[in-house]
Design a binder for this molecule. Structure first.
Ligand code: FES
Length: 113
């Protein structure tokens, strides 16, 4: 298990609430499963993974593929029972960053009313 935390807001689709996602092992990787549309994101590096089938290869055999790193991850440290999160403030733009803006949060809040 890696010691990271994901930004809230699924980047793979529509900003789903990753904090409510299940943790599963997918192809040997620990992933969070977005509760809205079940996309899978590695909690170690934020890489989106999906299963695909090449219809030209018989018999059909699904294989795991990568969407690339889409989700910002943060370092988690546990010291004497206390959990600390070190935010990843890398200037590198990741698609998940759009769900951390006040513009997105305001729009989400308006849609819940
Ligand atoms: S919002 Fe996360 S998979 Fe659709």
């Amino acid at each position: 298990m890696c010691n990271v935390s994901l930004s809230v807001g699924c980047v793979l689709d529509a900003g789903g609430p990753l904090q409510n996602g299940d943790i599963e092992e997918v192809a040997g990787r620990v992933c969070i499963v977005c509760p809205w549309h079940k996309y899978k994101i590695s909690v170690c590096d934020g890489e989106g993974v999906y299963q695909a089938v090449d219809p030209s290869v018989k018999p059909l055999k699904p294989r795991w593929c990568s969407k690339g790193v889409k989700q910002r991850v943060h370092k988690v440290t546990e010291v004497r029972g206390r959990v600390y999160i070190t935010l990843n403030t890398s200037p590198e733009h990741l698609e998940s960053d759009q769900y951390q803006t006040s513009k997105y949060r305001d729009a989400l809040h308006r849609n819940r009313k």
